[in-house]
Design a protein around this ligand. Structure first.
Ligand code: NAP
Length: 516
């Protein structure tokens, strides 16, 4: 198959009147479809359950996004069996054949780009720009993994010996359980599902319970792209109720998870146990949390650093695994940077995600809202409240961008993932001290350094222990193919989503030798 080289999907410029109108039209279209019901899809069949759950708009607690059927262990069993059956035929397709479905799905998504983004404004509380970036990333994953899969058809270079022909090929693993988070409800869901599928596995996809409708839209895209029945089984339901069942199942061959450290470690432990009838050791790919830091050196561009701290900390209300939640500032420029970050935080407009003027939307649900407000109370004991610190007005889960100053490196707000619009400012006595503080965490996902000192940048390149390190730019906004993404330590299993090694995780290598 001949495909043109991968290029990232461009982001929409909503300052262009046509784009702006297009997004408003999409929001109106989606609004007219709120409150619909969505089934499970098992073996290509739609299953409506008696018990369903509601998805609610975090920007407006009274607005129902949709009613979604809810799986129980019996239906989860059905979904695993369906994936197991479909594996027999799906695994026999070539990488190129399977990639074809991804390219088709990318084309479908591109046609529905504004509509998919609009669903995320409503269901995930993403502002226009954030929702647009999420859809673009989903398209990128389809295009990128399709190409990476085709490349896996190339012969693997082996040492040749006389009298034998040898080859190594990559074959799929089997049935995977795919468990995405709500914070990139289209991009990560798409990425972790299609990476498993394009390599020949079949999956049970259990979406996050706060964003099941956008997950249902993904299923519609894949069905429109003609994905065969049983290859992706769509199983909304509570992680607490069906998660263990899916992970423990003896026919589950691997789990691809993105979410919290708490759930990730639980899955990792449970998957290690071999159950009766299970004839393999399960593989777990787990991408987890972060406590990401931006380090600002004494000679850095203060204005730029402050802008990027504010952007990394408060966009999408700080609900990115890569969000800056610690800004570690050299003592010589501490006050300058702190004052500017505070100004920027105070200027940010908090409001409903569907309003184009909103820069910071709500946090995802009541649980997140209470958790973030609780951490803010802890922060008031541990540091100096410089900005925010209160809920923002509106009928949603709004919280003011919050800045704490003079936070100690071991304070809870400097160690625990808050996952909200809260940043802790920490003072460092010199650059090495700043990197020591940055590394003093159980996580290791993203980090940035602002410095004009080449020796310091080289020092950080070696010593700053994160999976994604950025110099003189923000610590969010990784692009597929450009910034392979994933972290160290408790941030995950060290895989790199959107990178050239990623697909290998969903395969096993088979060597075949023929004596001539
Ligand atoms: P979460 O609470 O861990 O949930 C993630 C997924 O796990 C959801 O689908 C959830 O289902 C499911 N789940 C819950 N309990 C389960 C169980 N016992 N067994 C199996 N699955 C279970 O995380 P989240 O709040 O959705 O996402 C935020 C977290 O993800 C943050 O920590 C963030 O840093 C991390 N994250 C990491 C990356 C990365 O690349 N490293 C990217 C994005 C997000 P329910 O919704 O039904 O509970």
């Amino acid at each position: 198959m001949v495909v043109k080289p991968f290029a990232n999907e461009p982001l929409s410029n909503f300052a262009v009147p046509e784009k702006h109108r297009d997004m408003l039209d999409a929001l109106n279209l989606v609004e007219s479809q709120l409150g619909n019901t969505y089934p499970l899809i098992v073996g290509g069949k739609e299953l409506h359950t008696k018990e369903s759950f509601r998805s609610v708009n975090p920007s407006n607690k009274d607005q129902v996004i949709g009613f979604v059927s809810k799986a129980d262990p019996k239906l989860a069993e059905q979904a695993i069996q369906s994936a197991f059956e479909a594996f027999n035929t799906w695994k026999r397709k070539t990488f190129s054949e399977r990639a074809g479905y991804l390219f088709k799905a990318a084309a479908v998504m591109r046609r529905k780009k504004s509509e998919l983004s609009a669903w995320m404004c409503y269901e995930a509380g993403k502002t226009w720009a954030e929702a647009d970036a999420d859809t673009a990333e989903a398209i990128d994953f389809l295009e990128y993994y399709g190409r990476q899969a085709i490349a896996m058809e190339q012969p693997v270079p082996l040492v040749s010996i006389a009298g034998e022909v040898n080859e190594q090929v990559y074959i799929p693993l089997g049935v995977g359980v795919v468990i995405p988070p709500w914070n990139f409800p289209l991009a990560i869901l798409t990425g972790i599902t299609v990476s498993a599928v394009v390599t020949g596995n079949t999956v049970v996809l259990k979406p996050a319970s706060t964003t099941p409708v956008i997950a249902a839209k993904f299923m519609q895209v894949m069905q429109e792209a003609g994905i065969p029945d049983g290859v992706i089984n769509f199983l909304p339901g509570s992680g607490g109720e069906i998660g263990d069942f899916l992970v423990d199942h003896p026919k589950t061959r691997f789990v691809s998870f993105t979410g919290s450290r708490e759930v990730g470690t639980r899955i990792f432990e449970r998957a290690a146990k071999v159950h009766p009838g299970q004839i393999w050791l399960k593989r777990v790919v787990a991408e987890m949390g972060g406590k990401d830091a931006i380090v600002v050196d004494k000679d850095a561009d203060v204005e730029e650093a402050a802008k990027q701290i504010a952007s990394s900390a408060f966009s999408f209300a700080g609900q990115k695994c890569s969000a800056c939640s610690r800004a570690i500032l050299h003592e010589d420029i501490y006050h300058q940077v702190a004052n500017r970050v505070v100004e920027l935080a105070n200027q940010m407009k908090v409001g409903p995600a569907r309003e184009p003027a909103s820069q910071v939307g709500p946090v995802i649900d009541e649980h997140a809202y209470q958790k973030v407000l609780h951490y803010i109370e802890i922060g008031k004991e541990e540091g100096q409240l410089l900005a925010g610190g209160t809920p923002a007005s509106g009928n949603g889960y709004y919280i003011q961008p919050t800045v704490f100053g003079n936070v100690a490196m071991h304070a809870r707000i400097a160690q625990e993932e808050i996952f909200g619009p809260v940043v802790a400012l920490i003072k460092a006595k010199d650059f090495e001290h700043a990197i020591d503080i940055a590394n003093d965490t159980e996580y290791g996902l993203t980090g940035s350094v602002f410095s004009h000192n080449r020796d310091h940048l080289e020092y950080a390149r070696r010593e700053f222990h994160v999976g994604n390190l950025y110099f003189n730019r923000k610590c969010t906004g990784a692009l597929v193919g450009v910034h392979p993404f994933g972290g160290f330590n408790m941030s995950g299993t060290d895989s790199k989503a959107g990178g050239p090694d990623y697909l290998l995780q969903f395969t096993q290598a088979k060597a075949v030798s023929e004596k001539l």
